[in-house]
Structure formats: C-alpha cells, structure tokens
Design a protein around this ligand. Structure first.
Ligand SMILES: Nc1ncnc2c1ncn2[C@@H]1O[C@H](COP(=O)(O)OP(=O)(O)OP(=O)(O)O)[C@@H](O)[C@H]1O
Length: 279
C-alpha cells in the first residue's frame, strides 16, 4: 500500500507542485495519473521513492514513512521500486543485457559490478526479463542500436530485474509512435496482471489512460481533482482535469475504436498491432 498523507511540495523558487495531496494506492493496482504538463504528476511519482522530498506531509510505503528512511533503508526501498522514464535512461554504448543487469546493482557487491561479474542466476534472470518483453534476441546488441520501443522494453526489463513491488513510469510513451505506445502500455499492464506489481503510470493521453488504467487520478495545478475507476470517466471528467475542452492532441491514437466512456462502462478498444510489436 502506498499512502500520501496531506503531501505538499514547494520547490526552491516558490513553485507549489503538490497541494495537500492525500490518497491510497492498493497493492497490485494499475493506476494512471493524468494531467497537463506542470500539473504535478512527476513530482507525485518521485515522492514515492524520495527522488523528491515533500515539503509537508508524509508518504508511506507498506506503512513505512519514506521520509524517515536513512542510507541503507532508503537504498532497500529504492531497490524494490522500478522506475521507467520518457527518455529510457539506458547506457547507450553498453549491451542490452548489461543495461538490464543494472537492475541487480543494489544486490551486487560494488567490486563485482565494477568488473561486470554478475552471478549466473542474475544473468539468467536478466534474460528471462528480456524474454518477457519479447526482446531476448537483442540481449547482446548495443542499446543504441535498438528502436525507441525496444529501448523502452529494455528499461522495463531492467525494472523487472529488480524484482520490484512497485513500478513507477513517468510518461513512458511520450517519445514513441502511437502503435509502439500501445505495445509498451500492453507490456506494462500484462506484467502488472501477471506479477501483481503495483504500477503507476503518468500520462497525458486520454485514450491510453482509458484503455489501460484500472483507476485514473486526475491532477491539476498540484491538486488531485479526480480519482476513480477508468470505466466511470467521461469527456467532462477530462475537461475538469485539464481545465479546458479536450483537443485532438490529447489523444495518442493508433488504436481503432477508442472513444471516451459515457459513464456507463468500459472503453472496449483493442489496440492495433504496431510495426514494433511483432510478438
Ligand atoms: N526541480 C524543480 N525545481 C523547480 N520547479 C520544479 C522542479 N520540478 C518541477 N518543477 C515545477 O513544478 C511544477 C510541477 O512539475 P511536474 O514535473 O511535477 O509536473 P508534471 O505534471 O509531471 O508535468 P510534465 O509532464 O511537464 O513534467 C511545474 O510548474 C514545474 O515547473
């Protein structure tokens, strides 16, 4: 369980990025946080692994106040939280498998990691993680030789290799084309379902949020302005979250049949298979 208790964040310079946020996220949930640029989504996500320190309030992970954790305890918490970024954050000149093995660093003595000596079971785990995202055949390829979608899958495999309890994905598809965006969202959701990993994804595309989320949290100007099941979300909901009418650019596209919910039930789109999704 992840719990925010009256969390506020004011950055140096005075920007108020979070305003009195309280919420709970249950184990195994797949939550999408939506909001316009600057709404506070990244700040919210980063408070969970303490990449950002709240100015007020508490963030609890499994009942532990993360703000109170010291060195090794904080490292332990972070070792169980996988993070996925818009720009993949891979070591581009390194092989795919080495990038994935970086997910084991918290469990590997520094001298071994420096020499690149990972235990055989870690290498097997890394290959298994790559297989789960369909790119085991790329293990020995240099990361910068892969497509954007494949690089994001390497980042997902690296997160999986941590054996995480939580995955935080900060705009994971913002740099990808529409079909590949769907493929990556499908991977994240499948892993969430199969492993029960609590998954929180920041997005600003309405159709992706509706297609993949169980629960949508809407942020505007540092505040949570909506929190409910994706199936109850309507166009009106997004207009309230965004503070303006929805626009074409709010949709990623790339899937047939995605339409806004009517409040009556789910949006039953089956995303199209993309170029980068030939598994
Ligand atoms: N390190 C920082 N120092 C100062 N201000 C910051 C910092 N990080 C974020 N902000 C500001 O805090 C506000 C919320 O930013 P945040 O990145 O959390 O929003 P977001 O919804 O994730 O938007 P985006 O998708 O553009 O990143 C913005 O006004 C942003 O400019």
């Amino acid at each position: 369980m992840i719990e925010f208790r009256r969390v506020s964040k004011v950055y140096p310079g005075g920007v108020r990025a979070l305003r009195d946020v309280s919420l709970k996220i249950n184990p195994g949930e797949f939550v999408v946080i939506v909001g316009l640029s600057g709404a506070g989504k990244s700040t919210l996500l980063r408070c969970i692994n303490r990449l950002v320190e709240p100015t007020e309030g508490q963030v609890l992970v499994d009942g532990v106040d993360v703000g109170k954790l010291k060195g090794p305890e904080l490292r332990r918490l972070r070792s169980r939280i996988g993070m996925i970024f818009q720009t993949f954050n891979l070591v581009k000149r390194s092989s795919v498998i080495k990038n994935v093995l970086a997910g084991r660093l918290a469990h590997t003595p520094t001298w071994r990691a420096l020499l690149g000596w990972f235990p055989r079971e870690d290498v097997e785990l890394a290959l298994e993680c790559l297989a789960r995202v369909g790119i085991a055949d790329k293990a020995w390829t240099r990361a910068d030789q892969l497509s954007g979608g494949q690089q994001q899958r390497v980042a997902i495999a690296r997160a999986l290799c941590q054996r995480p309890k939580i995955i935080l994905a900060d705009e994971p598809v913002a740099s990808l084309d529409p079909p590949t965006s769907h493929a990556v969202m499908r991977d994240l959701r499948r892993i969430n379902r199969e492993d029960g990993i609590t998954t929180i994804v920041n997005l600003h595309f309405i159709d992706l949020a509706l297609t993949y989320a169980d629960r949508i949290i809407g942020m505007r100007n540092g505040e949570v302005v909506f929190d409910g099941p994706a199936a109850t979300v309507t166009e009106r909901t997004f207009e309230e979250i965004y503070g303006r009418p929805v626009r074409a650019e709010d949709f990623r596209g790339g899937a047939e049949g995605v339409a806004l919910g009517t409040g009556q039930g789910a949006v039953g789109a089956v995303p199209a298979q993309g170029e980068d999704d030939r598994r």
